[in-house]
Write a protein that binds this ligand. Structure first.
Ligand SMILES: [Zn+2]
Length: 404
């Protein structure tokens, strides 16, 4: 892939800001040491971010007799970002400061996914978080505050479908059936703010790069494990999402809803895991009344932690399937880290992790120095809305040349 000077400059700008976000206060020299960029480059990039009000000078550190070094930090009053996670059954809107702390949130249940109906809910959620954060009294506890009159740097929206460059969205899934919906135009007509649309796999990956296990890394894979299963790949600074969930794991295996057989998703997606439990123990109490997938996964996680043998077997076998599927990716792209994200990873991840690591080591053996770390998503808040907000931050940073 060809990277232009502008791409490299932008990637460096992201890199510098990520390091500053990660620390309370940092000197230019420390950023040089951490990023490997030259002092001249770091000074220029920091200067641009200071001019934009995203950073502030916060004093000096004693450099042991030499000239004192200026310290810089993120200006938490430098503006706000909105991140929106549109999922099948909910819309989650969060407001962030440039340090990516959550300032306010709104959860909505639109009930149906017609475009104009959903647009109304997204707009209402965005207005709620902006209004709530600015209306909250300044002494309301220790939560980060939205400064009065803060400028909104942009709104990032994650939608589970194909998002074209012009903000037109297609979601062929049941319950949606969106074909060429001009979502950015529909939202823009009401919100009048810079809008950045993308999908949840890429949003989860961006969240790890900015604020999670991918920070400071070049090659990162984020696997979203939920009802569906997918992969986001950040390789050498470029971000893409893949249909990893529908690569074949078992030849002539279980039927998958996509029409093929033996897909990864049919084994490590939530419905696949529950089916596995049903095949092993059709009368298991863990299957619960009503057969709700989420409830069964919850029960399975609790039972595995309590040492229930059937639950432990389902978890161990799921870990083996997942491990082999992860090993395939590791062999293909050699990431520095693979992050297990999504609600199934949040529930079952601690029980799966050890066996997944063992299986990956067996199926993707590498030099110890090049070994891939496999970790659970460390982000405490919703990584999808956070990632969507970082798209808005990146969009704002990409526009720097035009603003200064
Ligand atoms: Zn499939």
């Amino acid at each position: 892939m060809k990277r232009t000077t502008r791409d490299i400059r932008l990637a460096n700008r992201f890199d510098v800001l990520r390091h500053i976000i990660a620390s309370r206060a940092v000197s230019r020299q420390e950023i040089v040491a951490e990023t490997g960029l030259s002092l001249a480059t770091v000074s220029t990039l920091v200067g641009e971010l200071l001019d934009l009000g995203l950073l502030e000078e916060v004093g000096y550190e004693d450099s042991g007799g030499g000239r004192p070094r200026g310290l810089i930090a993120v200006a938490t009053g430098g503006g706000v970002l909105v991140g929106v996670d549109v999922a099948e059954t909910h819309v989650h809107v969060e407001l962030f400061n440039p340090k990516l702390d959550v300032l306010a949130e709104a959860r909505l249940q639109p009930g149906e996914n017609r475009p104009e109906h959903l647009v109304r809910h997204i707009v209402s959620g965005v207005r709620t978080v902006l209004g709530e954060a600015s209306a909250r009294p300044a002494d309301s506890g220790s939560a980060p505050q939205m400064p009065p009159g803060a400028r909104v740097l942009g709104i990032g929206v994650s939608v589970p479908g194909r998002v074209e460059r012009d903000g037109v969205v297609s979601i062929p899934a049941p319950g949606w059936d969106w074909r060429g919906v001009p979502l950015r135009r529909l939202l823009g007509e009401q919100l009048h703010l810079p809008l950045y649309l993308d999908n949840p796999l890429r949003a989860s990956t961006a969240a790890e790069l900015w604020s999670g296990a991918g920070r400071g890394r070049e090659d990162v894979v984020v696997l979203t494990l939920g009802t569906g299963v997918g992969a986001g790949l950040a390789l050498g600074g470029s971000l893409r999402a893949g249909e990893w969930g529908h690569t074949t794991l078992v030849l002539d295996g279980r039927p998958c809803h996509c029409g093929c057989r033996g897909c990864v998703e049919a084994y490590v997606g939530a419905p696949g895991i529950v089916q596995h439990l049903r095949e092993l123990a059709p009368d298991s109490a863990l299957l619960g009344a009503g057969g709700q997938t989420r409830t069964s996964i919850d029960a399975l996680a609790r039972a595995a932690a309590d040492g229930d043998p059937v639950a432990a077997k389902v978890v161990a076998e799921t870990a083996r399937y997942l491990g082999v599927a992860v090993a395939g990716l590791v062999n293909l792209v050699h990431p520095q880290v693979v992050v297990l994200s999504g609600w199934v990873a949040a529930k079952l991840g601690p029980a799966l992790l050890g066996e997944v690591r063992t299986v990956v080591e067996r199926h993707a053996p590498r030099r110890p120095s090049a070994r891939t770390g496999i970790v659970l998503c460390p982000i405490a808040s919703n990584p999808v809305s956070l990632g969507a907000a970082t798209f808005a931050l990146e969009g704002f940073l990409a526009g720097i040349g035009h603003r200064l």
